[in-house]
Write a protein that binds this ligand. Structure first.
Ligand code: S3P
Length: 432
């Protein structure tokens, strides 16, 4: 386990291009693996999670090659033209819930037996949520008390009409990916609109799907064609630096090539409520995804407070740890409720946020579905336990920037799951 030391900073100045979006990278990797032809992906996420998706595609018969480095790095995926092979080894999803859940839907229509495994954290995460719709479609799927390892006995699938009981883009995607290859038209309704990267990615690869109100429909028996695409920067990774910028009155942060898909930007509204001032400098569309350059400053008067409840909690679920970590430094505090899903992410994020806030001397109230963190607090440097969770490691590195004394992030290597460059960027943008 590696330790990173984070010292208090005075300001945040500069510009940053965050790595390619993790959610979009997974989807492009998987659809490229199924498609016919060679897909070329620029700015593909450098994180370990999307690398798990690429490795699974190779195990399923696709070819993956990397050319160039840094900004010129391109991932080339030559797909299987709709025919995955029988893998000779279990499909290792690593730490990635997205890989395990979305891949299950993608491979289920193929006439093979698949075993999906993951690391300790992934083995603790709920998988019944994908078994339900997929088994309605005719998939025989074995879990161990609702968890991985998963065995899928693949074969022909029938379309279904499915109402998603919990807001989850991963479950939606598993159903859409299976529906794409089923007999008949699969429909799916969501009560809370989750991130729609799968819908854009499917269309980019040539599939037809329609949305009417909150109902999506995808005809089965479709084939996909390779694309050339650039992955937008990951707003959930940028969130750490956006929150860091808010900690200093004279901050000036420019984020380039940032993904600004409206189903992901609710965080920007919350930050604006807290006291961020945004300027959109450029914006363009690529395969249905918005990519822009934004400038962030802090409004005079500093950070106020925020109430995050109801559907909003689901929409910014990945950003809640960092919002919780900066909450003590706001004037009015941050109240987070209706976020029980945080307990079944890469870790129990409510418990780990609580543990690390306590270590830094913060006062708060913990609920089963959230946290109430008063503002106006002074925190001290501490030993932080990442719990091997990338977002916890990064969230408390941001809290450390305004603490008194230095903070040690234990298990800092977890950041590489989504953002390997995080600590380098932190040192560049927030010198002590
Ligand atoms: C993701 C969906 C969300 C999110 C995860 C990525 C995706 O999970 O928390 O980090 O790429 O579809 P759920 O589908 O469990 O809500």
């Amino acid at each position: 386990m590696s330790i990173e030391v984070v010292r208090p900073a005075r300001t945040l100045q500069g510009s940053l291009t965050v790595p390619g979006d993790k959610s979009i990278s997974h989807r492009y990797a998987m659809l490229a693996g199924l498609a016919e032809g060679t897909t070329r992906l620029s700015n593909f996420s450098t994180g370990a999670d999307p690398a798990s998706s690429l490795a699974c595609m190779e195990a399923l018969g696709a070819t993956v090659e990397t050319t160039g480095e840094g900004p010129t790095r391109v991932i080339e995926v030559t797909g299987t033209a709709g025919k995955f092979i029988q893998p000779t080894q279990p499909l290792d999803c690593g730490n990635s819930g997205s890989t395990m859940r979305m891949l299950s839907g993608l491979i289920a229509p193929h006439p093979h037996t698949f075993t999906l495994i993951g690391d300790h954290s992934l083995t603790l995460r709920p998988m019944e949520r994908i078994r339900k719709p997929l088994s309605q479609m005719g998939v025989k799927m074995d879990l161990i008390e609702g968890h991985a390892p998963i065995t899928i006995h693949g074969g022909p699938l029938q379309a279904i009409d499915f109402d998603t009981p919990i807001p989850s883009a991963q479950v939606k995607t598993a159903v859409l990916f299976a529906g794409l290859q089923a007999t008949g038209t699969t429909s799916l309704s969501e009560s809370v609109r989750t991130r729609d990267h799968s819908e854009h990615a499917l269309r980019a690869f040539g599939a037809t799907l329609t949305r009417s109100g909150d109902k999506l429909s995808i005809p089965g028996g479709q084939t996909l064609k390779a694309i050339d695409a650039t992955v937008p920067g990951d707003l959930s990774s940028a969130a750490f630096f956006l929150c860091a910028a808010l900690l200093f009155p004279d901050s000036n942060l420019i984020l380039d090539s940032l993904g600004m898909n409206p189903t992901r930007t609710a965080l920007l509204d919350v930050l604006a409520t807290l006291g961020a001032k945004f300027k959109v400098l450029t914006v363009e569309e690529h395969h249905g995804e918005m990519i822009g350059t934004i400038q962030v400053n802090v409004a005079p008067g500093g950070l106020k407070g925020a109430d995050i409840t109801g559907p909003l909690s689901a929409m910014i679920i990945d950003e809640l740890p960092v919002l919780a970590a900066i909450a003590p430094y706001t004037r009015d505090g941050i109240r987070i409720r209706d976020a029980k899903e945080l307990r079944v992410k890469e870790s129990d994020r409510i418990a780990l946020v609580a543990k690390n806030l306590t270590a830094m001397g913060a006062k708060f109230t913990e609920f089963e579905d959230g946290l109430d963190i008063p503002g106006g607090q002074t925190l001290h440097g501490a030993q932080i336990d990442s719990g091997t969770d990338h977002r916890i490691a990064m969230a408390f590195s941001i809290a450390a920037l305004r603490a008194e004394g230095e903070t040690e992030i234990h298990g800092a290597e977890a950041a590489a799951i989504s953002f390997p460059e995080f600590f380098t960027n932190l040192r560049e943008l927030c010198p002590a």
